[in-house]
Design a protein around this ligand. Structure first.
Ligand SMILES: *Cc1c(COP(=O)(O)O)cnc(C)c1O
Length: 363
């Protein structure tokens, strides 16, 4: 079994830890002696109560969250969050500040505009196809929130520390870098993240929300579109995506017990990114990183080769050597290696070696 698995550099859904997959496999027919699959148990059973509770406790511990935060699970992925954030937090006369750092930020902005909400784009890196994180911007101290995309999965850029927004809460899309390193919660009002990159399989968004923000939410929203519903019912107003949450529990257990928490995970992730950027920087006109050096993502390494023919060949030959998922997003072109938590340092070192050989052969 194990030997048939490739080095997985998919952007999302993406690699899951092997130990997690094996544990899931064991639970498919008879979960903890229940005589039922983990997919067949009731979401109101003590088995699922324990899964949900333990998952939340582990997320709190990993991120060192204080009691002022709620941890929620909401279906609809990160894309539904683009719509729910303005719906819940932008009332009549309110305005929000957005920083536009790529495809996902732009989509978040578009969802606010569809609802006729007042949006200020305070900075954008669109002028250079989003290859950097803007350095200077002036926030409106009266804004309801500031929206930032923490890691730009497609463009390969990442905020390495959030700006000071004063009293204005930051709402951040961390779909592709949540739990990849320790997190400073100062200034954070809310985090959301689609599960399928760094948390587990697809099917849910993790939402971490500061409780005082719940008070701002109007009563007029449809039940399933209000964060209050999820907060008041511990994400169990209706049937949650039980299996996805179970898988998340296993990933959180792996992060704590096998990896040793986010300090350790962050070090390994830094080393993984360093290996690949080193190959790119040492190459002479063969590999070119698409992101400015000071804005580079530690999760999605984007690069180009001298021409599209070579890029195609690179992806094909990599696959022959059991490395998958290296084709870049169509809006950037080129290649992309997504190196989330579950992609091992070993897999990344295999890729780095392959890149060097490929350059020696074709450069
Ligand atoms: C993948 C991704 C999304 C979209 O997530 P869905 O769960 O598919 O809606 C949004 N934002 C970022 C940063 C992403 O990487």
């Amino acid at each position: 079994m194990t030997t048939q698995r490739i080095h997985n550099f998919n952007a999302g859904p993406s690699a899951l830890p092997l130990a997690v997959l094996e544990e899931m496999q064991k639970s498919l027919l008879n979960y903890k002696g229940s005589g039922m699959s983990v997919m067949e148990i009731s979401h109101r059973s003590h088995w699922f109560d324990e899964i949900l509770e333990d998952t939340i406790i582990r997320i709190r511990r990993l991120l060192d969250l204080g009691p002022e935060f709620d941890v929620l699970f909401i279906q609809g992925g990160a894309s539904l969050q683009f719509a729910m954030v303005p719906m819940n937090f932008l009332g009549q006369g309110d305005s929000a500040d957005f920083v536009d750092t790529g495809t996902w930020s732009s989509k978040a902005i578009a969802e606010a505009k569809i609802q006729n909400k007042t949006v200020r784009v305070v900075a954008s890196s669109k002028d250079r196809n989003y290859c950097y994180i803007p350095k200077s911007m002036a926030f409106d101290p009266q804004a309801a929130f500031v929206h930032l995309t923490s890691n730009n999965t497609i463009k390969g850029t990442q905020w390495h520390g959030f700006p000071d927004t004063g009293q204005v809460p930051i709402i951040t899309d961390m779909s592709s870098d949540i739990l990849s390193r320790p997190m400073d919660m100062t200034g954070i009002g809310m985090i959301y993240a689609g599960a399928q990159k760094n948390i587990g399989p697809a099917g849910v968004a993790l939402v971490i929300i500061r409780k005082d923000l719940l008070e701002r939410i109007p009563e007029t929203l449809p039940t399933m579109l209000s964060y209050k519903t999820f907060a008041q019912n511990n994400s169990m107003f209706n049937t949650p995506p039980c299996f996805t949450i179970y898988a998340i529990q296993l990933v959180m257990t792996w992060l704590e017990d096998t990896c040793g928490g986010l300090d350790a995970v962050g070090k390994v992730n830094g080393e993984k990114a360093r290996l690949l950027y080193e190959v790119i920087d040492q190459s002479t006109d063969f590999y070119t990183g698409t992101a400015d050096k000071d804005s580079r993502s530690l999760m999605n390494v984007t690069f180009r080769l001298p021409d599209e023919g070579l890029e195609k060949r690179f992806v094909e030959e990599a696959l022959k050597h059991e490395m998958g998922g290296l084709k870049g997003h169509k809006s950037v072109g080129g290649c992309r290696a997504s190196i989330y938590n579950a992609t091992t340092l070993y897999s990344v070192s295999v890729l780095a070696d392959f890149m060097k050989h490929f350059e020696a052969k074709h450069g």
